[in-house]
Design a protein. Structure first.
Length: 549
């Protein structure tokens, strides 16, 4: 990366606002660099290492990229895949894809070759932009992917790519015209095809229109709801990767407001500690695992966090212990968001004011203006307050469809409602409480058991950093409850004893919810978005069984 001295030397003062930002004008991803260039051309949009990119430069570069895609014959919602860690080039490309009327297909760069190949084949990808570290992987796949007509290497120069015959992004981009192609893009046009994490079965391509990245913010603005008050003086970190809906939505929301973003190619807690005071970061979005790593980093309590006004978290449950630690160290507004890729990210929010109410700390929150929520039973009928059922959401940001999966689309998206597969209930104030994924529910001796409740109790035990609860086969009860635990880093030896943990569970849970067994692990497998891979944990125990439940 780059030194603190270099970063300070390259910083530029904020550009005075001469024209008010009008977010309502921006209804497509393609419009973000165009309108921000007109409003504040020299303001810094992106920082990456020692490089700064103004909104004017972002607009020009994205137009060049769009023209390059069009010159290669890509049009009519052609899928353009990005297999790369995030950088300023990636965001130039994202906006170029939007301006060309193509569809961004983000690929988790941690995936193995067969997983990457599945997405490229399934998505019928026509262009692939790949960074140097994954170039050889991509080249090995090209013979089996005849539909790919363009391959460009990001984060490279000609000397790096001569031997492979693949053009470098910088040379490819700079050989194109910087004139905006001015293709008409509508809010209902598809912008992104993001693949679900594939924790069960094959990943599905979730098709999201441009509106998905602005619809909820628009509904809030119409209701006079400022949420966390994004404005052009904000500075944020792009710490969640753009191939994930959380990272892509956060990026579009920030840049639409004219905020400045500091890009982290890989989440690094030490860089968070460095960059927040250095760049006077005001807003950050993280999954709980990232928060935990950041606050566990040496020196976290001595960092000057005073610029940070909002920490938005979501993507996985958060423990009470971590919430309390975040409050104490960061001393900023905490906001929880809940949603899915299929809902265009956030649909439910637990506001900062809600965090002061003890009884709401386990809640996901309430719907934003314009978003509807209902809980249904197995027959599809609404259930009373306090009754657990499937969470369904109707949002103006909902997906259009799953790519070439009409049956799956019809199952998930019914009459405008996304059936989330999450089990939860609503209290009499309209707050949603998530109990678990329906598919993760354990049925033991006829009792429905939701692991999230047990995991919360386990995580509260001193010396336990993480917990996952799964159902494993049992001849007598059908399934029995197994707890998988990770000790805290500062925990010495075997101080955390199974007997003590089970006694703690017995004091806080009904008998049928107490795990019958505990195992300690070095770590728990997670997806890129921070979710524990329950299917992977279960697989070893259910091998050879005729059923997985």
């Amino acid at each position: 990366m780059f030194s603190v001295a270099m970063a300070i030397a390259t910083r530029t003062p904020p550009v005075p606002m001469t024209t008010p930002i009008r977010p309502s004008k921006i209804q497509t991803v393609a419009a973000i660099p165009r309108i921000q260039r007109a409003l504040r051309p020299t303001a810094t949009a992106l920082r990456f290492g020692p490089r700064e990119l103004s909104f004017e430069e972002l607009d020009r570069s994205s137009s060049r990229t769009a023209n390059g895609l069009l010159h290669a014959g890509l049009k009519g919602e052609a899928r353009v895949a990005i297999l790369s860690q995030d950088s300023d080039e990636v965001f130039e490309l994202l906006f170029g894809i939007a301006k060309a009327g193509c569809v961004m297909t983000g690929i988790n760069w941690r995936l193995a070759a067969p997983e990457v190949q599945f997405i490229l084949e399934n998505g019928e990808v026509e262009a692939l932009f790949v960074d140097r570290d994954r170039l050889s992987l991509a080249l090995n796949l090209l013979d089996s992917l005849p539909e790919i007509r363009l391959v460009v290497c990001l984060g490279s120069n000609q000397l790096d790519t001569n031997s492979s015959g693949v053009e470098s992004y910088c040379e490819w981009r700079d050989s194109q015209s910087e004139k905006d192609p001015e293709i008409s893009i509508a809010p209902e046009d598809i912008f992104a095809q993001l693949y679900t994490s594939g924790t069960t079965g094959k990943p599905k391509g979730v098709r999201l229109a441009h509106r998905s990245f602005f619809a909820v913010v628009n509904s809030m603005a119409q209701a006079g709801d400022e949420w966390i008050g994004w404005n052009a003086e904000d500075v944020t970190l792009f710490s969640i990767p753009s191939f994930h809906i959380g990272g892509l939505w956060w990026a579009m929301t920030a840049l639409r407001a004219g905020a400045c973003a500091v890009i982290l190619p890989v989440f690094d807690p030490a860089k968070v500690l460095e960059f927040v005071p250095l760049f006077q970061v005001t807003k950050v979005c993280m999954v709980p695992a990232m928060i935990q790593m950041t606050l566990a980093e040496n020196g976290s309590e001595s960092v000057d966090w005073t610029s940070l006004k909002h920490l938005v978290y979501g993507g996985a449950p958060i423990s009470r212990v971590l919430l309390e630690r975040s409050n104490r160290i960061l001393d900023c507004d905490l906001i929880q968001i809940y949603g899915l890729t299929e809902t265009g990210n956030t649909a439910i929010c637990l506001r900062a004011d809600d965090h002061v109410r003890e009884e709401l700390l386990n809640a996901a929150g309430r719907p934003y203006p314009g978003v509807e929520l209902k809980i249904i039973d197995t027959a599809g009928e609404p259930v009373p307050c306090g009754t657990i059922g499937e969470v369904c959401l109707r949002s103006p940001a909902n997906m259009v469809e799953y790519w070439k999966l009409p049956e799956a689309t019809a199952s998930t998206l019914r009459d405008g409602w996304v059936h989330t597969g999450d089990a939860g209930y609503v209290n009499d104030e309209g707050y949603l409480f998530i109990c678990d994924r329906i598919k993760d529910m354990i049925i033991s001796a006829g009792e429905n058991v939701y692991p999230a409740e047990i995991e919360s109790v386990l995580a509260a035990y001193p010396g336990i950093a993480e917990a996952a609860v799964i159902g494993v086969p049992d001849k007598r009860w059908g399934e029995k409850i197994l707890g998988l635990l990770v000790r805290s880093e500062d925990e010495q030896g075997d101080a955390v004893r199974k007997r003590g943990v089970l006694a703690h569970c017995s004091a806080h849970l009904a008998d049928f919810k107490v795990p019958v067994g505990l195992e300690f692990r070095e770590q728990l497998p997670r997806t890129a978005s921070g979710k524990i891979k329950k299917a992977e944990l279960r697989a070893a125990f259910w091998e050879g069984e005729s059923r997985n439940v």
